[in-house]
Design a protein around this ligand. Structure first.
Ligand SMILES: [Zn+2]
Length: 240
């Protein structure tokens, strides 16, 4: 009896895998785009409080033009927006005796202390691209207790609506770029992989806080199966 039950289980498992495989194979690829944190405070263009190197007018223009190209190609575009309350835990000003870029332990994890940035309803928090490009803007980092580099969840594990929105649209592959390569782009791309999406990252449409951590981030993303392209090419995005 046990033997029979085992065989039955094996057959059920077999058919589940075969049928499951067919369902997966039959599902068409649907691509979505996530533009990460292209906000005033992260840019030199706007003299931002946490301006990342290379975020000049030419960069923002390149991001906008390429994002338009993706939208015209029919891909839904989403943005993430860093959206902190004034008393946010990631601001060095909220920690006595600390200065910008100090690293503290927070819930067992390293937390970089940043200059105050992207404070809710300030001009520094505004997304610099035409907001009509976006099907949705996902705000993150609004809980004062937790930082949130990822567009999918904060450091306390609370999910944003990103995954829900993408799943609702039946998106299974995402193109990710923005600011910063070594923090929010990386975290968003890695969480997308973890949530089961195919992920493409565009290097030249992203900017990093520091060259060494950006290089490391690229390697980490590649190691997790993320396809990294230098530039945006529609054919390559559809094919890979
Ligand atoms: Zn932030």
């Amino acid at each position: 009896m046990i033997h029979l039950a085992g065989r039955t289980t094996a057959w059920v498992l077999f058919f589940t895998l075969v049928l499951g495989g067919m369902v997966i194979a039959a599902q068409p690829t649907k691509i979505g785009v996530i533009v990460v944190d292209v906000q005033g405070d992260f840019t030199k263009l706007k003299n931002g409080s946490l301006a990342v190197d290379g975020t000049d007018e030419a960069y923002i223009k390149a991001v906008e033009e390429n994002t338009k190209k993706l939208k015209e190609a029919g891909f839904p575009i989403y943005a993430t927006q860093d959206w902190h309350p004034k008393n946010h835990v990631s601001f060095f000003t909220n920690h006595k005796g600390k200065k910008a870029f100090d690293v503290i332990k927070l819930g067992g994890k390293d937390q970089v202390l940043w200059p105050p940035h992207c404070v809710q309803n300030t001009s520094g928090a505004e997304i610099l691209l035409d907001n009509k490009l976006f099907k949705a803007i996902v705000k993150k980092g609004w809980d004062p207790k937790y930082d949130s580099y990822s567009g999918f969840q904060d450091d306390g594990g609370k999910k944003t609506d990103m995954d829900k929105i993408l799943k609702m649209e039946k998106i299974n592959k995402v193109v990710v770029y923005g600011i910063a390569t070594d923090y929010c782009v990386k975290a968003t791309a890695l969480d997308a992989v973890a949530a089961g999406y195919k992920v493409i990252m565009i290097k030249n449409l992203s900017r990093g806080v520091a060259p060494d951590t950006s290089q490391k981030a690229i390697e980490e993303m590649k190691a997790k199966g993320i396809v990294v392209f230098d530039d945006l090419e529609l054919q390559k995005i559809k094919a890979n």
